[in-house]
Design a protein around this ligand. Structure first.
Ligand code: TXA
Ligand code: MG
Length: 413
């Protein structure tokens, strides 16, 4: 086994054949209770169900049911030492799940919840070890998505939920992404359409004096600093003056730096290789993208590009829009052979918006990766963006997609 990400044999053998997966389509803003109830009751009684949140789709289980939680790890092929986030509809039951609520946590929850923020807190004994991977902390999040909130309320239990992908794959931001990975493995997928943010929540450790960002997300380092007065960790490096405000914090000191266990694993990787064009400034990035494209066109490789429209429109050659191609994949019959020859594009483009913009890029990233994979591209040339604000979260995922593959290639050599 190359990395801790693959399913250990004893776990794989516990997956008992395919089961019927019911996809429940709901109105994302006003979900009908009658449609949600079967999934909610199943969750309460120890089954798994995938559901939309404002960040990505989650794979839920009753957080107080250790067997249900254990099943999440089996279905995802998730390493046992990677703890789960517990999702609540409101703060009412929080006291049962945490040892105490630090004042810093109360301030951050008040400012950003419900929403894409996860806080790592001192755990209570009620939380099974399976959820926390044996750590003395528990990660808590109050999602803002109406479907997630209502499902938790109807289930009447807190939901432990990682992203609803097989371990190592891009997080799902559409119900079909979940089906791709988990069809036949779970009884319910609640389909609430596309997720609003498209990247996982910001994870912040609030067990010490200083909030430490373990995983960057849509709530940025400067958002956290605005409320807490200081911040450290992922995405905080580029904030001016942060170290001066934190005389006790030394990022060089390993013992002082908490980490999200999950961040060490291979992540977010599509099947295609990911290569970044990350020169700063659109003109320089365009030049970099052009030379990458020229180099890859010398290979017999199907190429995908993920970038803003302004960049894509300046690239040479015959382009095909990945979204249009996706629509054409299924029912339409294959075109005649001669037509296919002349129509073959030089590469497939997935644009996230007109201008370079981390918010729209982050929103489309995982969807683009899965869509381009479906078109069978061998490489995705992706536009890098400045590492500030939400750009830190976008670049964190993009580098992992590119870098984890570099590591795999090295270990294969
Ligand atoms: O947006 C999200 O956070 C999504 C949706 C479904 O809520 N969930 C999600 O879960 O991304 P997951 O399991 O894919 O990522 C959870 C991250 C992992 O990196 C994990 O190591 C970290 O949170 N984490 C969980 N509990 C922790 C703890 N007690 N201490 C440190 N890190 C923790
Ligand atoms: Mg995940």
């Amino acid at each position: 086994m190359k990395n801790g990400d693959e399913v250990p044999e004893n776990q794989e053998s516990r997956i008992t054949g395919p089961i019927r997966t019911e996809v429940i389509i709901v109105n994302p803003l006003h979900p009908d209770d009658r449609l949600l109830l079967p999934a909610a009751l199943a969750l309460r009684h120890g089954e798994l169900a995938a559901f939309p949140t404002e960040t990505v789709y989650g794979l839920g289980a009753n957080a107080l049911d250790r067997q249900a939680v254990a099943r999440i790890f089996v279905v995802k092929g998730r390493p046992q030492d990677n703890p789960l986030i517990v999702h609540l509809a409101d703060l009412d039951h929080l006291t049962e799940l945490v040892d105490h609520l630090p004042s810093l946590a109360a301030e951050l929850f008040a400012a950003f919840s419900p929403g894409p923020l996860t806080l790592v807190l001192p755990r209570s004994k009620r939380i099974p070890d399976q959820v926390t991977a044996g750590l003395d902390t528990v990660a808590i999040r109050l999602p803002s998505h109406p479907v997630a909130r209502r499902l938790i309320q109807l289930a009447g239990v807190p939901l432990a939920a990682p992203s609803a992908n097989r371990s190592g794959r891009p997080s799902p931001t559409r119900a079909w992404h979940v089906s791709q990975d988990l069809e036949g493995l779970i009884p319910f997928i609640v389909d609430g359409g596309a997720c609003q943010f498209g990247l996982e929540s910001t994870v912040v450790d609030v067990t010490g004096k200083i909030p430490v960002i373990l995983r960057p997300g849509s709530i940025t380092a400067s958002d956290i600093r605005r409320v807490a007065g200081c911040v450290a960790g992922a995405g905080a490096e580029n904030l001016s003056g942060h170290s001066a405000e934190m005389p006790d914090y030394n990022p060089e000191n390993e013992d002082q730096v908490p980490r999200a266990p999950g961040m060490k694993y291979r992540h977010y990787a599509p099947q295609a290789r990911v290569v970044l064009a990350q020169a700063s400034g659109l003109t320089a990035r365009l030049a970099e993208m052009k030379s990458l494209l020229a180099a890859w066109q010398r290979q017999p490789a199907k190429i995908g590009i993920f970038a803003c429209r302004n960049l894509i429109s300046e690239l040479p050659g015959r382009q095909a829009d990945a979204r249009d191609e996706m629509l054409a994949i299924k029912p339409t019959p294959a075109p005649p052979a001669e037509k296919r020859e002349t129509d073959t594009p030089d590469y497939y483009c997935f644009s996230y918006g007109d201008e370079p913009d981390p918010e729209t890029a982050a929103n489309a990233l995982f969807h683009a990766m899965r869509s381009l994979d479906k078109l069978g591209v061998a490489v995705i040339l992706a536009e890098g963006l400045p590492d500030e604000g939400l750009g830190a979260a976008y670049m964190n995922r993009l580098r992992k997609a590119a870098g984890s593959q570099e590591q795999d290639r090295k270990s294969e050599d």
